[in-house]
Design a protein around this ligand. Structure first.
Ligand code: AMP
Length: 228
């Protein structure tokens, strides 16, 4: 793809545990679409003990959002450095507030991104999210961070608590414990209507998919929706 050709940036809006990361993994594997997960970027800072990592550690562990300024800077820097090298990107976990949605448009104007947005909402009931997240494991290797869940046979690892991709140990995220999951869901519901109202009337809004399905079906629905 040439530098100036416009490429899609997919925005996935859905609660934690709706499968945004797993869908992004599928799209990367089958379609070569790059993914940037703001959660992964945050966790990398924490593991590497950077200044930012020390600053955001508490917010993440307690299930609170990291401040807009820090997250917006991470997304800006990532897009500035990587967008030109990709044929499409999935933004996983951003924007998570009305202010972040506005900031994304500002980043686009500032970087003069050769890209267009496609926004997809993932719908799923809270009870299902709670079951999925408390059964979720991620690869402890920060360069991998593959996602598994024992709640969906198609997403379970082949060997118990061992990563299929790099054979590292799987771990439970500290914010995937029950009380923190409830707090993260509460934050999501508090912000989501504002974000949707920001995007709903725009032509870039592709529609929604039922995320309470096995990942292969979710992936198929996603492809059908964004190719319309
Ligand atoms: P995730 O991996 O998407 O579930 O994100 C894990 C945690 O990272 C969240 O609970 C927040 O503390 C932080 N985080 C990720 N993305 C954002 C964002 N867009 N805005 C604020 N905090 C975020």
């Amino acid at each position: 793809m040439s530098r100036n050709e416009h490429r899609p940036i997919y925005i996935l809006i859905g609660p934690p545990g709706s499968g945004k990361g797993s869908l992004a993994q599928r799209c990367r594997h089958y379609d070569g679409i790059h993914t940037v997960s703001t959660g992964d970027l945050c966790r990398s800072h924490i593991y590497s003990q950077t200044e930012i990592g020390k600053e955001i550690d508490f917010s993440i562990k307690s299930g609170k959002l990291v401040c807009d300024e820090t997250i917006v800077r991470m997304v800006h820097d990532w897009l500035d450095k990587n967008l030109w090298l990709t044929s499409g990107v999935i933004l996983d976990g951003f924007p998570r507030s009305y202010a972040q949605a506005q900031e994304l448009d500002r980043i686009f104007r500032q970087l003069q991104c050769p890209a267009y947005l496609r926004i997809v909402e993932l719908k799923i009931q809270d009870e299902q999210v709670i079951r999925r997240l408390t059964g979720r494991r991620i690869c402890g290797n920060t360069d991998c961070q593959a996602i598994y869940t024992y709640e969906d046979a198609s997403l379970a690892p082949e060997r118990h608590d061992v990563c299929d991709t790099c054979s590292s140990r799987l771990i439970q995220r500290s914010d995937d414990v029950y009380e923190t999951v409830l707090r993260r869901l509460e934050t999501y519901h508090h912000n989501v209507q504002d974000i949707l109202s920001y995007y709903h009337h725009r032509t870039e809004f592709a529609g929604y998919i039922d995320a309470d399905k096995p990942i292969d079906q979710v992936y198929t629905s996603f492809k059908q929706l964004v190719q319309r």
